[in-house]
Design a protein around this ligand. Sequence first.
Ligand code: 4H3
Length: 271
Amino acid sequence: MNIEVLTIFPDMFDSFLAYGIVSRAIKSGRIRVSPVNIRDYAAGKHRQTDDRPYGGGAGMVMMPEPLAGSINAARKKDGRAKVILLTPQGRPFDQDTAGKLAKESGLVFVCGRYEGVDERIRSDYIDDEISIGDYVLTGGEIAAMVVIDAVIRLIPGVLGSDESATADSFSNGLLEHAHYTRPQIFRAGAVPDVLLSGNHAKIDEWRLESALVRTFLKRPDLLEKKALSSREKAILKKWCDNIERLVSGQDSGHQGGDALSRADTLSGEEP
Ligand code: 4H3
């Protein structure tokens, strides 16, 4: 995949492109990322890229000519490339959008600064507007890095075989299960026995239960959107039943029962 990033601060991308999976994907030739200085397409002695807003008011606006020049140059290299503006007014970015963008042959990211880009650029040169969340940044560059990072890890071959498992962490609509590594005891916390058992069916079951419970506690909105499998429903039902048993035990004046500890597989490992 060919990615061009149009920005007045191309050097901001140096460290982003120099490390980890992103750098490896570039070295392997699976992606090419070219930051382009919009100023290279600006005219005049001062190579100005921003100007005062018509109608007055505070702040500056990105001038249309340098943006049009840099977008046209990118389009000339790859006529099929999709041109994306990073803006708080864009479509909310999510894993689903990342997956769709990963199938494109080329992407051009337009990074605004100041109050944003001239409206005629937005209407005539931009294919898609994306927002990484409901907050305002000083420029589109960090938002572009977020989108590029999420997209390239979904391109076939970019993740190694031992990394690729994490690719379906969000695409199954759930948060990931808890993770543990050595040591087996850290402060007061022990690694759950099931993870040491070598029983992979039991481990899969525990991980699905961990993912479901964490999603319920931290992001119930994700469960509402998701079509649950019968296995997933059964796991959540087990938690319901255990809580019901605990509550009805309290109603009949019973003290200190162990209904919740009967939620065997997780028994207190989840927050
Ligand atoms: C994107 C860009 C937030 C997001 C951005 C986001 C500065 C765009 C300026 C730059 C405009 C003001 N802020 N949520 N900021 O994805 O050029 O909007």
